[in-house]
Every structure is written in C-alpha cells, then in structure tokens.
Design a binder for this molecule. Structure first.
Ligand SMILES: C[S@@+](CC[C@H](N)C(=O)[O-])C[C@H]1O[C@@H](n2cnc3c(N)ncnc32)[C@H](O)[C@@H]1O
Length: 268
C-alpha cells in the first residue's frame, strides 16, 4: 500500500480512473443500446456531486459530474444525469458550471439535498443501464440507502461505483456513525448486501486507504478494469476483507473520520 500519497495526487488519480470507468461504461452501454432491446437512455447518478470544478493545491480539477457528462456526450449516447449535492454553495456552483459548459438542460437534473433521501425518488426503467457513483468524503457512503435503492428490480442493471477511504470509514463508524449498524460487523459483509459482481482496486492509496469499489451486473465488465488495478471474484473478496480488517494508522490527535474538510478541498 502506498502510504505517502497526498490528497492532491490521490484526487488527480481518482479523477483519471473515474474517467476511464465512465468512458468504458458509456462505450459498453452504447453497444447494448445498439441491440435495440434496452431502455434507450443511459442513467448516471452522482450521490456526491460537489461543485463541478475546483482548485486543489492550485491545480484545476474537473469534478465527477463534469467528467461523466463529457464522457457520455463524447460517446454520443442518450443519457439522463441526476446530480445530488448537499451543500448549497457547491450546488449553485455546479449549476453554473453545468449550464456554462453543456447545453442539455433536459438531460441533467441537479438536486440540493441529502442523497440518502433523494435517491429513493429517482426511478429507472426495467431495462435501463447506467451507473450510480458515490464519492463521499471519508465518511459513511450511505450503504443503507443504496441497498434500499437496489432492492427495486428496475435498478438491477445500474452498476455502482464507490470511492471510499476505508480507514476514514472505519474511524467514522467507530466514532459517530449511527446510520449503518451493518458496519459494526464487517465492511465486506455490508457491501455484499448489494447483489453485484464486485471488484475492487487492489492498491488502496495513502494512509486513508482510498480505493474504488465497483459492482457490476456482468462479470465481463469487471474484467475490463484490470488495467487500472481492479481485481474481482475471490481476489476482490480477499482484498475487501483485508481492507476491512487492517488497523487505521491515523493518529487520534487528528480529526476523526475526515481526510479533508470540504472547505479545504473546494478552494474555488
Ligand atoms: C469528495 S466530495 C465529491 C467530489 C465529486 N465527486 C468530485 O469528483 O468532484 C464529496 C461531496 O459530497 C457532498 N456530500 C456529502 N454528504 C452528502 C449527502 N449525504 N448527500 C449529497 N451530497 C453530500 C459534500 O458536500 C461534497 O461536496
């Protein structure tokens, strides 16, 4: 595990990998739509949308909603995007950035609020494909809401992607998270509650153990991401168990459960 990686490097790497994942998803879904049987619109849900663009250590960062919209537009695929952000100033910034850069108001809906509540209002069609992305700060990724959403059979073709810092979650859960009693057991067990073929980026980064988890409908898709360090099947299970068990190496003097405060990350 690379423990030296800084938040800036981690964010740049995260966004690069996210772009690869979105590009691959859009290409595969486009091929499925060409077969003519699936609902003709890719669904993208961003549970932690952020402000769209921001500065991090003087570097301009494109946020996940921008990357996702760019990739779906570049793939020339019909889509519907639901972007959820709880902080009003970031939601306003996102609105501004999306309106400036994209001209598809009917395809993008931006929500101000808690994705744990808003998610249940987002419906999809039985044969619809897409991806749901959850990228909270190093806090609980809202697994109960995700599990509820995935209980509906219409969501079964929507892949899910989590960017999580395992150390932060363990700490947040230990310290203050009342929402996910499942976490008191094992993270691995908790994720297994969502019935998907699970793959995980094996190399967790930094002392916060940042990594991506991807739950796909189809095992074939999982294998597409080996070039960015994903493992699946038994290897993914082992990896998740190890990440769940490893002791947090963050000192108790540091603030608990957060890699960075939002104000720290979103300078602009
Ligand atoms: C790590 S940032 C996400 C960055 C974004 N995915 C990107 O790539 O730019 C986490 C964001 O989630 C928002 N957030 C935290 N909890 C949330 C919740 N329950 N519902 C919606 N947004 C939330 C925070 O305000 C913050 O803007």
């Amino acid at each position: 595990m690379n423990a030296k990686i800084g938040k800036s490097e981690e964010t740049i790497l995260k966004q690069r990998h996210f772009r690869t994942i979105m590009r691959t998803e859009a290409a595969i879904i486009k091929a499925i739509l060409a077969q003519g049987w699936a609902y003709p619109e890719m669904l993208y849900i961003d549970c932690n949308a952020g402000p769209g663009t921001y500065l991090l250590n003087n570097q301009h960062i494109e946020g996940s909603p921008i990357i996702a919209l760019e990739e779906m537009i570049a793939a020339d695929i019909p889509f519907k995007a639901h972007l959820i952000e709880i902080d009003e100033s970031r939601e306003q910034k996102l609105l501004q950035v999306v309106n400036q850069r994209f001209h598809c108001p009917n395809r993008v809906r931006i929500y101000l609020g808690d994705s744990n509540e808003i998610l249940s209002t987002i419906k999809c069609q039985e044969s619809q494909f897409g991806i749901l992305y959850s990228d909270p700060n190093a806090t609980c990724p809202g697994i109960p809401a995700l599990r509820r959403w995935y209980r509906d059979s219409s969501t079964k073709r929507i892949d899910w992607l989590l960017h999580i810092g395992f150390a932060g979650i363990k700490r947040a859960v230990d310290v203050r998270c009342q929402k996910c009693p499942e976490f008191k057991g094992s993270l691995h067990h908790c994720f297994a509650g969502i019935k998907k073929h699970l793959s995980v980026q094996q190399e967790a980064r930094g002392c916060w153990q940042w990594t991506f988890l991807l739950g796909c409908n189809d095992d074939i898709l999982n294998r597409k991401f080996s070039s960015i360090g994903f493992v699946n099947g038994k290897d993914a299970e082992t990896c998740l168990r190890d990440l769940s068990q490893i002791k947090s190496r963050i000192g108790s003097s540091q603030h608990k459960g957060m890699d960075y405060e939002p104000g720290d990350l979103f300078v602009n």
